[in-house]
Ligand binder design. Structure first.
Ligand SMILES: Cc1cc2nc3c(=O)[nH]c(=O)nc-3n(C[C@H](O)[C@H](O)[C@H](O)COP(=O)(O)OP(=O)(O)OC[C@H]3O[C@@H](n4cnc5c(N)ncnc54)[C@H](O)[C@@H]3O)c2cc1C
Length: 414
């Protein structure tokens, strides 16, 4: 039984480890178009911000592949799956036979669709190569602009600022963090970034990158222009689903999988940022592109590939970040649309403390925590397990909650 995994990151490594837990001998191949051994993508922003030393991104020791008896084809791109012949075609002309295949190809930054986007000095913030390119560019860049005000955009901006680049953030939406939190939370971070010397411009879209060869400024739809010798796009990520073409694999935003991470093509699985799974809070099918979900989905796929039946109990949207020492956690439904929701919040602007809880019927379905986040896991547990919180709602709203409080309820729900 030859297991082949395309993708060498959270989902791919999760799958490889699960397969080896069950079967130490079966041939196992990992293919990745990145030439580095597995590293933690999330740590790219930590490194740029100076929180960790350079080159400390390893997800597993470099000996991992040898120790686990894994054939690693690094620096090679899978360009086609021939499901009939059970082969993966690589960009060097070679082919790899598989019995069971996992697509763990993650996502790529979305194109902005703005003229001049191919100029030098414009980067995504997704992989190690981006990080190295950014290091090169900041040597000479005086001004930097980050386009996008989500967690990754804010992390990129903090990183540029750390390296002495005069940094601005420009966003199309009315407030920062519009995908993961609400206006109150966005305003807290806007004040925080501005007070640290990072300018924020809202409700404006880039229309042109200007400069000869190298970007020098950005033109916006309100007629304004910002100088920028380095631009980082934090516009969001698109699942890398191209390998599904010409197969029976169904794609709707990402690759559709069942609760065992199987695609519609026999013996082909998908996991991680490329896969659409059921959100365990909203019960909607979605791509929850976060590290713990990718790893767990990879493990689920790996167990099933190796013949051990394992059901994935659903993904959960949970973003955790910290900017200028003010932590943020956002879980589940934070901007409820429609009827039936009950929202409670508390804001202390001077201490930069904010929380918001969203209830639907007897359930807690969403939370935003800013400043004080240490018991976020308790709330996440209540959401993940669909625990009836009516008897402890008062305690939740008063901030008097901990694991001891929810233990009996959690046991009752199991
Ligand atoms: C800067 C940054 C910060 C982040 N911070 C956090 C955080 O704090 N917390 C959190 O939970 N998540 C965070 N994330 C998200 C997290 O990193 C992803 O959810 C996770 O990496 C997804 O893992 P994956 O294995 O599904 O895909 P990826 O990590 O995207 O890996 C997919 C791999 O497959 C390779 N590949 C793609 N196509 C092919 C092909 N055709 N052939 C061969 N190889 C291919 C890619 O090059 C890549 O190496 C962050 C992401 C970034 C970019």
């Amino acid at each position: 039984m030859h297991h082949v995994i395309i993708g060498n990151s959270a989902a791919g490594i999760g799958a490889a480890e699960a397969i080896r837990q069950i079967d130490k001998e079966a041939p196992l191949t990992i293919i990745s178009d990145e030439s580095e051994s597995a590293y933690s993508r999330a740590l790219i922003s930590y490194e740029l911000a100076g929180w960790i030393g350079k080159g400390n991104l390893d997800l597993r020791p470099r000996e991992f592949y040898q120790e686990k008896n894994i054939a690693a084809h690094l620096g090679k791109r899978a360009i086609k799956i021939d499901a009939g012949k059970k082969q993966v075609h690589l960009n060097d002309g070679s082919r790899v036979d598989y019995d069971r295949l996992l697509i763990a190809t993650g996502g790529s930054p979305q194109q902005m669709g703005v003229p001049g986007e191919d100029k030098k000095g414009i980067f995504g913030f997704r992989n190690y190569r981006d990080l190295l390119n950014i290091y090169d560019a900041i040597i000479t860049a005086e001004h930097g602009v980050v386009l996008g005000g989500g967690c990754i955009g804010l992390q990129a901006a903090s990183g540029l600022h750390h390296h002495g680049v005069k940094t601005s953030i420009a966003i199309a939406s009315a407030h920062l963090l519009s995908q993961v939190a609400d206006a109150e939370c966005g305003d807290i971070y806007q004040r925080l970034f501005e007070s640290n010397g990072i300018a924020i411009k809202t409700s404006m879209k880039p229309v042109e990158f200007r400069g000869v060869g190298q970007v020098g400024s950005i033109g916006f739809d309100d007629g304004s222009e910002m100088p920028a010798q380095i631009v980082i796009s934090g516009k969001g990520v698109k699942p890398n689903t191209e390998l599904a073409e010409g197969t029976k694999i169904k794609v709707d935003r990402g690759i559709i999988v069942d609760d065992r991470m199987c695609t519609a093509e026999p013996d082909v699985f998908a996991a991680g940022d490329v896969a659409v799974t059921q959100d365990c809070v909203t019960c909607e099918s979605t791509v929850n592109a976060v590290w713990p979900c990718a790893y767990e989905q990879g493990r689920t796929a790996g167990f099933n590939m190796a013949g051990r039946d394992r059901v994935y109990d659903g993904s959960m949207r949970m973003n955790a970040a910290e900017f200028f020492r003010v932590p943020l956690i956002s879980i589940g439904v934070v901007k409820p649309q429609g009827d039936g929701y009950e929202v409670h919040s508390y804001l202390d602007k001077s201490r930069m403390v904010y929380w918001k809880m969203v209830f639907k019927g007897k359930l807690l379905v969403g939370a935003v925590l800013v400043g004080r986040v240490e018991r976020a896991g308790v709330l996440a547990n209540l959401m993940r397990k669909h625990i009836d919180v009516s008897s402890i709602k008062g305690e939740l709203l008063a901030g008097r909650y901990n694991y001891a409080l929810i233990k009996p309820l959690a046991e009752g729900a199991e």
